[in-house]
Ligand binder design. Structure first.
Ligand SMILES: *[C@@H]1O[C@H](CO)[C@@H](O)[C@H](O)[C@H]1NC(C)=O
Ligand SMILES: *[C@@H]1O[C@H](CO)[C@@H](O)[C@H](O)[C@H]1NC(C)=O
Ligand SMILES: *[C@@H]1O[C@H](CO)[C@@H](O)[C@H](O)[C@H]1NC(C)=O
Ligand SMILES: *[C@@H]1O[C@H](CO)[C@@H](O)[C@H](O)[C@H]1NC(C)=O
Ligand SMILES: *[C@@H]1O[C@H](CO)[C@@H](O)[C@H](O)[C@H]1NC(C)=O
Ligand SMILES: *[C@@H]1O[C@H](CO)[C@@H](O)[C@H](O)[C@H]1NC(C)=O
Ligand SMILES: *[C@@H]1O[C@H](CO)[C@@H](O)[C@H](O)[C@H]1NC(C)=O
Length: 632
C-alpha cells in the first residue's frame, strides 16, 4: 500500500499539509458554529425519507455511475430504514463509483453492504472498496453473515471538492451497497501525524464500547454530531479470558469535547478482571500494516479510589506499548476520562491486544483500532480529463468501466491502461492504451494528445471512424501506433512523421487516402515498421498505387483545364510585356530624335504609365517624371 514517495513530493506534501493545517483552523472557526456537513444516501431508493426520531434525512440515490436498484428482502439489523440497495453487474463494468460534492474537510465515510440475493445465485459477492482512489476495504467470504462486517467506516480528508467512493468487482458476484454516509468530523480528529493526517486514511478495524448493553451509534448515545455518529459495538463475545462487567451512571469528567467528541456512555461501562488476571482482545487484520490504537479509561470502580491501586501494562502481540498505566494518576482522579493512543506496525494476521496487571486487576472502557492507510497519489488531472473525453468520443461500452481514477487503486487500474508513476510530478500517467477488438464505434478525438506520456496505442480491430487526429503528432514518446482494421478515413497526419520514437505504425485495413507523408519516409523514423496496406486511397510508396493513378477523372480534368488556363495567361502576359517593351524603346528613340515634340503631355502620361509597369512601380518612375522639364 505504501506508495513511491519522493523527497520532492514529500516536500510538496509538507508544504500542502502546512497550508491545509492553517486552512483547517480557519475553516474550523467557521464550522464550529454550524452543523457538520452530513450526506446520507439510501442506495437504490427513489425517494427521500426522514427518520424522525434521529431527525436524519436519508436521501434518495444519486451521484452514481451506473448499476441497478433492488429491494432488500430481509430488514437490515441496525439499519431498518434501509430497504433498497444498488448493485453492479458485469455489464455495468468492473468499477462503479459514487461521486458526491462536499466541501473541503475531514469526514467519516460509512458504507453498509448487504447481499440480498438479488441475482438468485446465492453467491455472496466479493469486491474491493476504495475512497479517493485508495483501497480501504475488501469484502472477504462470510462478510454478509454479520452486520458488523458489512458496516465499515473510514476517516478521510476530502480536498478535491467531491467524495469518490468506488466498488471494484473481482468477478465473484455483483457488488452491492445499501447506504453511503459522508459525515463531517473535526479537522483534528484522531490526529496521529503532525501537522495533519491529510494524506492518511484511518480505516476502522473495530470500535468497542466495553460491556455496553448494546451496540449503537453516537446519536443513540447523545454524542455531539461533530463526532461523525461513530458506531460502537459491545465486546460481548470479543473479550478473551474471564472478564466482568462494570457500569455506572455517574458523570465522567474530561470526556467529550473536541476534537474527537466521544460519547460519555463509553466511559460509563467497563470490562474488568480480578486480581492478577489479564484481559485481551484479538482482531483479524491485514498483515504488515500500521495500526493506530486508541484506548479509553475512566476509573468507575467504587473500590479503586486513589493512585497506585490499579496498575497494568499494555501489549500488542507481546510487545509492550504502555507500561505501568495508573488510570487515576494519569487522568487526575476517578470518574475522569483518560485516552491513550499508539501507532504500531503489526506483521502477522492477528492483532493481540493484552492488558497485563501489575497491581490488582484490569479495567478498560473502550478500544478503537484503525488501520493506517497512506493515500494513493492520483492520476495527472489533465490525463483524467483526456481519458474521459476519449471514453465519450470512442463511445466506450459501460462493460469496460472507466469510472473513478484511471490508475489507482493500483490493484484496479482501468481496463486497457498501462500506468506509470511520475516521480517528479508525484502523480500517475498513462503510458499504454490497449483497446483492440472492443467493438468501439466512435472517433478518436484530439484530446488524446493530453496523454503526453503515451508509448503505445493499440486500437486495432474496432469500427473507429473519422480521421486520425493531427494531435497524434504531439505524442512525443509514441513508439507503437496500431489503428489497423478500423474505418478511419482522411489522410495520414504529417505530424506522425515527427514522432522520432515511433517503431511500429500499423494503419492497414482502413479507408485512408492521400499521399503517405514524406516526413514518414525521409524523417528520423526510417527504421520503423509500417503497414499501410488495404487502404483503397493511400498512395506514394512502393507497394501502393502511385499517386498520379489514383486521381479521379474529375480531378484530372480539373488539373488539365487549370494547366491550359495558366499557359494561356502566361503567353498573353509575355506578349503584352513584349509589346510594351517595344513601345518604350520606340518612344525613347522618338524623344531623342525630337526633343520639342508637341504632344508631350500625352506622351509623358503614357511613358510614365509604361515605365511604372516596366520597373514595377519603383521610385525610378518619379525621376523619369521629373526629368522631362529639363527638356524645356
Ligand atoms: C466528481 O464531482 C466533481 C464535482 O462535482 C466534478 O468536478 C468531477 O469531475 C466529478 N468526477 C467524476 C469522475 O465524475
Ligand atoms: C508504518 O509507519 C512507519 C512510520 O511512520 C512507516 O515508515 C512505514 O512505511 C509504515 N508502514 C506501512 C506498511 O504503512
Ligand atoms: C497520542 O499520543 C501521543 C503520544 O504517544 C500524544 O502526544 C498525543 O497527544 C496523543 N493524541 C491524543 C489526541 O490524545
Ligand atoms: C494473545 O495474548 C495472550 C496473553 O499474552 C495469550 O494468552 C494469547 O494466546 C494470545 N493470542 C494470540 C492469538 O496470539
Ligand atoms: C494489437 O493487438 C492485437 C491483438 O492482441 C495484436 O495482434 C497486435 O499485435 C497488437 N499490435 C501491436 C502493434 O502490438
Ligand atoms: C470521413 O468519413 C466521415 C463519415 O464517417 C465523413 O463525414 C467525412 O467527410 C470523411 N472524411 C473524408 C476526408 O473523407
Ligand atoms: C500488412 O497488413 C496486411 C493485412 O492488412 C497483412 O496481410 C500483411 O501481411 C501486413 N504486412 C506486414 C509487412 O506486416
Amino acid at each position: 500500500m505504501a506508495h513511491p514517495a519522493t523527497t520532492n513530493s514529500s516536500n510538496r506534501r509538507s508544504l500542502c499539509s502546512y497550508l491545509a493545517l492553517v486552512l483547517s483552523h480557519v475553516i474550523f472557526v467557521v464550522a464550529e458554529n454550524g452543523e457538520p456537513t452530513a450526506i446520507r444516501i439510501s442506495c437504490g431508493s427513489s425517494h427521500n425519507s426522514l427518520i424522525t426520531e434521529q431527525s436524519y434525512l436519508w436521501l434518495k440515490d444519486f451521484g452514481y455511475t451506473g448499476g441497478s436498484s433492488a429491494p432488500i428482502d430481509a430488514k437490515i439489523t441496525g439499519a431498518p430504514q434501509l430497504t433498497t440497495l444498488r448493485y453492479f453487474q458485469v455489464s455495468d463494468g468492473p468499477e462503479n463509483c459514487y461521486n458526491i460534492t462536499v466541501p473541503y474537510g475531514h469526514y467519516l465515510i460509512r458504507f453498509v453492504f448487504a447481499y440480498g440475493d438479488i441475482d438468485n445465485s446465492n453467491r455472496e459477492p466479493q469486491f474491493d472498496v476504495s475512497l479517493e482512489g485508495t483501497l480501504v476495504h475488501s469484502l472477504k467470504p462470510g462478510w454478509s453473515a454479520e452486520f458488523d462486517m458489512s458496516c465499515v467506516d473510514s476517516l478521510v480528508f476530502i480536498n478535491d471538492g467531491a467524495a469518490t467512493a468506488c466498488f471494484h468487482s473481482s468477478g465473484h458476484g455483483n457488488p452491492a451497497v445499501v447506504s453511503l454516509e459522508i459525515l463531517q468530523i473535526h479537522n483534528l480528529a484522531y490526529e496521529i501525524l503532525v501537522p495533519s493526517n491529510k494524506y492518511t486514511i484511518l480505516k476502522t478495524v473495530k470500535r468497542i464500547s466495553c460491556s455496553a448493553i448494546s451496540s449503537g451509534y453516537g446519536a443513540d448515545f447523545n454524542a455531539d454530531p461533530w463526532g461523525g455518529n461513530r458506531r460502537w459495538v459491545t465486546d460481548n463475545g470479543l473479550t478473551k479470558g474471564t472478564s466482568d462487567q462494570l457500569r455506572t451512571s455517574k458523570s465522567i469528567q474530561n470526556c467529550c469535547g473536541a476534537p474527537n467528541f466521544y460519547p460519555e456512555i463509553i466511559y460509563q461501562s467497563a470490562s474488568t478482571t480480578g486480581i492478577g488476571a489479564s484481559l485481551y482482545y484479538t482482531f483479524d487484520i491485514e498483515p504488515n500494516q500500521n495500526y493506530s490504537i486508541w484506548l479509553h479509561f475512566a476509573e468507575i470502580s467504587d473500590v479503586i479510589v486513589s493512585k497506585e491501586q490499579r496498575v497494568f501494562d499494555i501489549l500488542v502481540n507481546d510487545r509492550l506499548i504502555f507500561t505501568d498505566i495508573d488510570i487515576i494518576s494519569l487522568a487526575g482522579g476517578p470518574f475522569t476520562a483518560l485516552v491513550l493512543n499508539k501507532t504500531v506496525l503489526v506483521e502477522g494476521r492477528t492483532l493481540n491486544l493484552t492488558f497485563r496487571p501489575v497491581q490488582r486487576g484490569i479495567l478498560v472502557n473502550a478500544v478503537e483500532i484503525y488501520q493506517v492507510i497512506s493515500m494513493e497519489f492520483v492520476t495527472t488531472e489533465c490525463e483524467v480529463w483526456s481519458l474521459q473525453a476519449l471514453k465519450h468520443s470512442l463511445g466506450l461500452p459501460s462493460r469496460i468501466g472507466w469510472n473513478g481514477d484511471p490508475c489507482v487503486p493500483q490493484e484496479h487500474p482501468w481496463n486497457g491502461l498501462d500506468c506509470s508513476f511520475n516521480v517528479k510530478g508525484g502523480s500517475w500517467s498513462i503510458v499504454g492504451l490497449d483497446l483492440h477488438d472492443q467493438g468501439l464505434k466512435g472517433q478518436i478525438g484530439g484530446a488524446i494528445s493530453s496523454l503526453s506520456q503515451l508509448r503505445s496505442v493499440n486500437m486495432s480491430s474496432n469500427s473507429i471512424y473519422g480521421e486520425i487526429p493531427a494531435q497524434v503528432g504531439n505524442l512525443y514518446y509514441l513508439a507503437v501506433l496500431d489503428l489497423s482494421f478500423n474505418n478511419l478515413n482522411g489522410s495520414i497526419p504529417d505530424g506522425i512523421g515527427k514522432l522520432k520514437h515511433l517503431q511500429k505504425l500499423y494503419l492497414n485495413g482502413n479507408h485512408l487516402s492521400g499521399k503517405i507523408p514524406i516526413s514518414l519516409l525521409a524523417g528520423p523514423i526510417r527504421g520503423a515498421s509500417f503497414n499501410f496496406s488495404e487502404n483503397t486511397g493511400l498512395c506514394g510508396i512502393p507497394g501502393l498505387p502511385s499517386c498520379g493513378f489514383s486521381l479521379t477523372a474529375g480531378t484530372t480534368t480539373g488539373i488539365i483545364f487549370g494547366a491550359i488556363t495558366v499557359a494561356v495567361l502566361v503567353l498573353a502576359c509575355f506578349l503584352c510585356l513584349w509589346r510594351r517593351r517595344s513601345n518604350i524603346i520606340r518612344s525613347r528613340r522618338s524623344l531623342r530624335q525630337a526633343p520639342f515634340a508637341k504632344s508631350r503631355t500625352s506622351l509623358k502620361k503614357r511613358d510614365l504609365q509604361l515605365t511604372r509597369t516596366y520597373v514595377g512601380g519603383h521610385l525610378r518612375s518619379s525621376s523619369f517624371e521629373k526629368s522631362p522639364p529639363l527638356l524645356y
